[in-house]
Design a protein around this ligand. Structure first.
Ligand code: F0G
Length: 458
């Protein structure tokens, strides 16, 4: 019997960027200088950088070639029209404005639709998305299924909306008080978990019945489409492109961080079908981002994003992308490391509560674990727990059920050999986990504190 061919990366490497391994002593010094916050490390001191998959993708030769045909006109740039066409053809929305990144789109959408005293239901929050909603006077209401908050619940679509929670909110506050429903596909804070097509459809119907708009956070919608293809009845023979189009057809528009699915280092957009809404967005855009034909981006950036939008729906690419995440996650599971299950689309999440049961959540176990992992293997990860959750308007800390460390895989950047090194580092650290101590704040910024906070060991 011939052996079944193993799969390798669906690309070959044309340019390389050297990376440097440091000594443990150098890393101990670097993390102390960074206030035990991996955001404050110098990237040159990092061996394998899994801080985020945002803006860290490797562009293709075709995207790099696109940079050279950047039309840097203030208005009417050809690259804007390429981007607009890509959004129409691949996502299916009629109108769009480019933004410098995802939160630029969130800012515009929140400002045009939200009035003070309203409610935004969503399937678990994302930091910047919720911050913009709250800044405009809305209260965010989490309507995700309960199991999403349990890192051990193995459900195929753990990002789903609990329809009864959503319906209850419609009844309780009335649809007039709900400017739109905010639906993330996949759900970053839940571990990169997908939403099923059936659930999307049901949310759509509920919204329509109450005359409420539905906006997607489409940041990682391609990865969500992959999970639908693999896990949901009736989609196995459909292409990623077709599944994505169907998903988006249930919404009124989306905010997008091009720095993820779209395979670029910077960029985003806000898309919609309603012409009047687009006009409102375009007029605010001038104030915050730039003229509607560039919105905070260079012409070349828009070209790279337009090309990335076409590349991202290649079925082989998407399968490789998600399977690399699974390749890392499965090694950790086999070694008995507590991780969020099932493994998500863009990252493997260590469950800090089970990894470090001796550290109370108020001593920031996930923050401490991320710092310790850097010292162990030069691997940079990100806290996604109580530090990221921040404080409410009364100054009390939000205490999330999930206390996670995210090992986020950049797209097309690292090989599976790098994933082996990451797995070894985590497994070695797990052996000596009782030597890891909790942390306390020495500097705590008022908003999005996780970015620049400083800590010291308790
Ligand atoms: N929505 C989701 C689901 C995100 O993950 C992000 C960014 C944004 C919106 C905001 O987009 O960064 O382009 O302004 N997530 C990054 C991360 C920062 O590391 O998860 P942005």
């Amino acid at each position: 019997m011939p052996r079944e061919l193993r799969k390798a990366e669906p690309f070959k490497i044309k340019a390389v960027e050297p990376i440097r391994m440091t000594t443990r002593g150098q890393r101990e010094k670097a993390i102390a200088e960074a206030g035990y916050n991996t955001f404050l490390l110098k990237s040159e001191d990092v061996y394998i950088d899994l801080l985020t998959d945002s803006g860290t993708s490797a562009m293709s030769d075709n995207q790099w070639a696109g940079l050279m045909i950047g039309d840097e006109a203030y208005a009417g740039s050809r690259n804007f029209f390429h981007l607009e066409k890509a959004v129409r053809d691949i996502y299916g929305f009629k109108y769009m404005v480019p933004t410098h990144q995802g939160r630029g789109a969130e800012n515009i959408l929140s400002q045009i639709l939200i009035t003070p005293g309203t409610y935004i239901p969503g399937n678990m929050y994302f930091t910047t998305t919720r911050a913009h909603q709250e800044k405009n006077g809305a209260t965010f209401v989490d309507v995700i299924i309960d199991e999403a908050h349990d890192p051990t619940a193995r459900l195929p679509f753990k990002g789903n909306v609990d329809l009864s929670k959503l319906e209850d909110l419609f009844k309780k506050v009335g649809p007039d008080k709900i400017p739109y429903v905010s639906l993330a596909v996949t759900v970053n804070m839940a571990g990169g978990q997908p939403v099923s097509m059936a659930n999307l459809k049901a949310v759509r119907e509920l919204c329509q019945r109450h005359g409420v708009r539905l906006f997607f956070d489409a940041t990682r919608a391609v990865e969500n489409a992959y999970f639908i293809q693999r896990r949901e009845e009736g989609f196995k023979d459909k292409t990623i492109a077709a599944i994505l189009r169907e998903m988006m057809s249930y919404g009124d528009g989306c905010t997008m961080s091009g720095k993820k699915d779209n395979l670029v280092n910077i960029g985003g957009f806000l898309a919609m079908n309603d012409h009047e809404l687009w006009q409102q967005a375009a007029s605010l855009l001038v104030l915050y981002e730039g003229f509607p034909h560039y919105g905070g981006l260079a012409g070349r950036d828009m070209e790279a994003m337009a090309r990335g939008i076409h590349e991202m729906v290649d079925d082989n690419y998407v399968a490789y992308r998600v399977e690399q995440v699974e390749y890392l996650g499965n090694q950790l599971l086999q070694a008995g490391i507590p991780i969020m299950e099932p493994i998500g689309g863009h990252a493997v999440y260590l469950d800090a509560k089970r990894f470090l049961p001796h550290i109370p959540q108020t001593s920031y176990p996930a923050q401490a674990l991320a710092a310790a992992l850097y010292v162990e293997g030069g691997v940079r990860a990100m806290e996604r727990g109580i530090v990221s959750a921040g404080r409410d308007e009364h100054g009390h800390e939000h205490v999330p059920k999930l206390e996670l460390v995210r090992l986020t895989i950049p797209r097309r950047v690292y090989t599976d050999r790098h994933m082996d090194v990451v797995a070894d580092s985590v497994i070695n650290l797990f052996e000596v986990r009782d030597q890891i101590h909790g942390l306390k704040f020495v500097y705590e910024p008022p908003v999005l504190r996780f970015f620049t906070a400083r800590f010291e060991p308790v």
